[in-house]
Design a binder for this molecule. Structure first.
Ligand code: ADP
Ligand code: ADP
Length: 235
């Protein structure tokens, strides 16, 4: 479980990005954060992954909530795999090497990562297989299409063996066809593994197609928190 208790974030310039957000996020559920640009979606995801420290309130992931202990921080990062809009891959490296980055969270020093343990390689290859890219394992990611690069990003997050996948506008820079393929793939993987997904989107159509639960955000506040059928009945 992820608990957000009275979470607020005010940036240094005074921008209030989140105001008193309280939420429980459940493994196995595909939760969509729906909102326009500036609503606070990225800030919320970054708080869950401890990339942003909240001004007020707390985040508890699978019972752990301490921020200033590096060991616990590493455990948090294992449990929450992050997928970014611009993938944040290393372009000149192969798909396999990029996915192996997801395994770093399991090694306390870089030294224990070389030579590369077989188990990490096997997990990375299995993750590439699950996004349909096993045949691209040795291809540098800069030679892959946008949709394929995003699938490498998903495989990297999956290689962490997370309890939650956090995806910040994962399809914002893709065409509708590739977007549907990515979201279908992501949802299937989460269902098979019982992983909770928290995915930010700005398109209501995608939210209705894929969300088990849709949380509407505007100006750092929760507007609604509903099952897709409840939203469809408004339309
Ligand atoms: P979204 O992901 O929904 O677009 P964000 O969480 O990125 O929303 O942003 C929420 C608000 O916080 C916006 O007003 C944005 O301009 C502001 N913001 C985001 N990051 C920063 C930052 N580092 N410094 C100041 N303001 C920021
Ligand atoms: P792009 O749209 O970026 O060119 P695609 O998503 O269309 O990339 O994928 C390219 C090829 O990979 C297509 O033939 C597609 O059917 C196939 N493909 C896409 N997703 C998967 C998947 N999860 N498993 C297996 N094959 C896939």
């Amino acid at each position: 479980m992820i608990f957000l208790n009275n979470l607020s974030v005010t940036y240094k310039d005074g921008t209030v990005a989140l105001e008193n957000i309280s939420l429980e996020l459940i493994p196995g559920e595909f939760t969509v954060l729906l909102g326009a640009s500036g609503a606070g979606k990225s800030t919320l995801l970054r708080c869950i992954n401890f990339l942003t420290v909240p001004t007020k309130g707390e985040v508890i992931v699978e019972g752990l909530g301490t921020l200033n202990n590096p060991k616990i921080l590493r455990k948090h990062r294992q449990k929450t795999g992050m997928i970014f809009q611009q993938h944040q891959l290393i372009p000149r490296q192969t798909a396999l090497k990029n996915v192996l980055v997801g395994r770093l969270a399991y090694h306390s020093t870089l030294r224990s990562f070389f030579p590369l343990p077989k188990i990490d390689q096997m997990i990375a290859l299995d993750c590439l297989d699950r996004v349909g890219l096993l045949n691209k394992a040795l291809t540098p990611v800069k030679q892959l299409s946008g949709g394929q690069q995003q699938r490498v990003g998903i495989a990297r997050a999956l290689a962490q063996k997370p309890r939650f996948l956090l995806a910040d506008e994962p399809v914002a820079s893709l065409d509708p066809g590739s977007s549907h393929k990515i979201l279908t793939n992501l949802k299937k993987i989460c269902q098979e593994d019982g992983i909770g997904a928290v995915v930010s989107l700005h398109q209501i159509d995608f939210a209705l197609d894929y969300g088990d639960r849709i949380i509407g955000l505007a100006d750092g506040n929760i507007l609604f928190d509903s099952h897709p059928s409840e939203i469809q009945s408004y339309q």
